[in-house]
Design a protein around this ligand. Sequence first.
Ligand code: GLC
Length: 754
Amino acid sequence: MLSRQRKFLFFFLCFMVVQGLSAQQILSDSIERAIDRLLLKMTLEEKVGQMNQYNGFWDVTGPAPQAGADKFKYDHFKQGLVGSVLNVRGVNQVRKLQELVVNESRLGIPLLFGFDAVHGYNTVLPIPLAEAASWDLPAIERSARVAATEAASSGINWTFAPMVDISRDARWGRVMEGAGEDPYLGSQIAVARVKGFQGNDLSSPFSVLATAKHFAGYGFAEGGRDYNTVDVSALTLHNVILPPFNAAVKAGVASVMNSFNILNGIPATANHYLVQDILKKNWKFNGVVVSDWGSGVEMIDHGFAENLSQVASLAANAGSDVDMESYAYVNHLKEEVRKGTVSLATIDQSVRRVLRLKHLLGLFKDPYKYCDTTREKVYAMHPEHTQVARDMARRSMVLLRNENNVLPLQPQKKKIAVIGSLAADKNSPLGNWRLAAKDSSAVSLLEGFDAAGISYRYAPGVKLVTEGPVHFVQELAINNHDTSGIGYAVDIAKDADIVVMMLGEHGLQSGEGRSRAQLDLPGLQQQLLEAVYAVNPNIVLVLTTGRPLAITWAAEHIPAILLAWQPGSQSGHAITDVLLGQYNPSGKLPMTFPRSDRQLPIYYNQFSTGRPGPKKEVFWSHYIDESHAPLYEFGYGKSYTQFSYSDLQLSQRADTVLVSVKLTNTGSLHGEEVAQLYIHDRVSSLVRPIRELKGFKKVRLDSGASTVVSFELPTSLLGYYDGEGKLLLEPGWFDIYVGGGSAATLSAGFLYSK
Ligand code: GLC
C-alpha cells in the first residue's frame, strides 16, 4: 500500500502535470520553495557566508590549524561563513571539510568544491586551443566529459572552465586556454565544453558545474600583456567578445566568472552593465557569478574603490554573487547592508543563486555524493580516458607544411635523428593548466617512438630551460647562452636520412601571467634549427607551443611542419601516430599565425579599410618592412591527402539560406576535411568584416570519393549587433565563401531582401 504521503505526492504530481507544468518546472518550484524556507532561517552573516569563497590551504585530514590565515578560515567554515572553496580535492579531503561544515555550522549548508579542471584532471587532454584546432565538437565534448568524470570522482563539483575569451593577440599567454579568434567557432566550442562538463543531468555524480570565464573582454588586454587595460568599442564587445558567453548561457552554464580587467573604465567585477544588465537581465542568466581570484580587492589597484568596504558594495550591487579570495564580502558586506549601501534583497538574490546550484547538484539531499572512494579508485584515472586523450591530441594537430610528401614517415627505410630537448620532455606536453596531474606524467616523443619500434639517434641540441623552478607560479629560466649541445646534434644530423626536431615553447611559457613580447622559437632553438638545416635540410619540425608563433624562417625552409601544440598526457603516442600516418592530420588553425610579432593584432575577420590595396604607390594599408598578410591564416591546415571544392550552390528558403558544395578527396589517402562557410556583407550601416565564419562541417572521405556538403544558414546569422547589443538584419548583397580555410576562393553571392 502506498503510504498516505506518497499517495498525496502522486496525486499532487498528476495535478501539476495536468496543469501543464513539466517535471523540470515542478522540480524548480520545489527548489525555490526550499530556498525560501532556508533564507528565512538564515542570519545576515550566514547569508554573506554563502557569498564567500576561500582557497583550500591545509591538509584537512590533519590536525586543525592553530594560527594564522588557516585558523581564521577553519573557524569560518565551522561558523557557516563560507559557501564554497577551491583547491580542496581528493575524496578524503573533501569529505572531511564537508563534514566539518555540515556537522558544526548552525544550518549545515553543504559547500561547493571548485577547481580548474580546464583541460583534464589526472589525465591531461590537449590544451584548449589545441582542441579548438580539431573543429571536432563531439571530440571536444568527450574531452570535457573526461575532465568532469575525473574531477567529480575526486570530490570536485565545480570546474572553472570553459574559458571562452576571444583573443586576437598571441602575445597573451592565456590564448592557450581558449578557442582562438573567432566568435562563431568560440561559441560552438563553448557549448560543447559546457555540455561535456555538466552533462545532461547536474545531479549525476559525474557532472560538475561549468563556468564560462572571464566575463568579459580579458582577451583584448592591450599589447597582449596579461591583466592589462581593455578598451574596446561596443561593436567589438557585442559582435566578438560576448557571443561565446551568450552561447554558454543558452547552453545552461551554471556559473560565470568575471575577469580581472577593466572594460572601458570599469572593472568587470563591478561592471553593472556587463553583469546586471547584459548577463542577468537581458540574457536571463540564473546561475552564479563568481569573481576571479582577488578581482574584487584589485579594484583598489585599478583606482576604482578606496577600500574593501567599497569593493564589497560595488561588487555586490553589480551582481557579483561570490567573492573568491578578496575577503571583501566576509569582512564588510554585513556592515554595508547596515549602512544601506547594499540592500538585503540584493544579498538574498545572490544567496538564492548559490543555494540553487547546491540543490541542483543534489548536495542538500546528500552532501557527500561526490565522496565515493570506490568511484575515485575507478574513475579518477581510467584507461578509456587515456584513449580519449590520445584521440583528442591527434585530432588537434595541424599539418602546416609537407613539401614532397616528406610525411608520413617511413621509418623502416630511413636513418632517423631526433633533436630537441622537448622531444625527451615529459612535463612540457602537459601544458599550463595541469594542477591535478603528476608532473612529468606525459608520454614524451622519444617514448612514443620507442613504443612504435622506431629506431633513432637522439640529441637534445640545446636545453630550453636552464636550472631553476619549473612550476605553475614561477617564471621559467630559459637558456639563452649554453650552445654546447649544438655540435653533437649537428653530427648526428649529418649522418641521418631525416631529422625530426621537436622545438617550440615549454608548457609553462603560456597560460596566466605568461605573456611574451616576441613570438619566435624561445631560447637558442632557432640557432639549433639553422645549424642542423645547414648540414641536413630534410627536417620534420614538430612544433610544440601554447600560442601561434612567428615561424617564418621555418616556413620558408623546413619541408615538413606539424603543429602539435601541447598535446597532454598522450603527447608522444599521438605525435607518433600522426608522423607515421596512422592518423591523417585534420586540424585547422583556430587562430592566425603571424609572420612577425610586430604585425599583432592580426586576425582574419578584419575590416576592409578604405585602402585595402594593393596599389603601385604607398598610399594603402600595409607595412613597408613586412607583409601585412599572415603566415598561416585562420582555418588553414593541410592533410596527407588533398581535397577540392566545386559546384557551390545557393538557394533561399523563408529564413534559411541553403548552401551546398561538392567536396572531393583528390589524393591517395583517406582523410578528414573541415569544410568552412564564410559570409561577407558587402554594404551595411556599420562596416562588417571581410569574412565571417558562419558554419563548418568535418567530413571524412576515402581517396577518390566525393560528397555534397550542405549547410542550412539561418538568415539570423547574416545579422550583427549594434552598439546596444540589438541584432540588426539588413537587406543587401552577401558573398558566400566555402573552402578549407578563411582564404577560400570558391564563392557565390545572393541578394538578401528580408
Ligand atoms: C586564476 C584564473 C582563473 C581561475 C582562478 C581560480 O587567477 O584567472 O581562470 O579559475 O584563478 O584558480
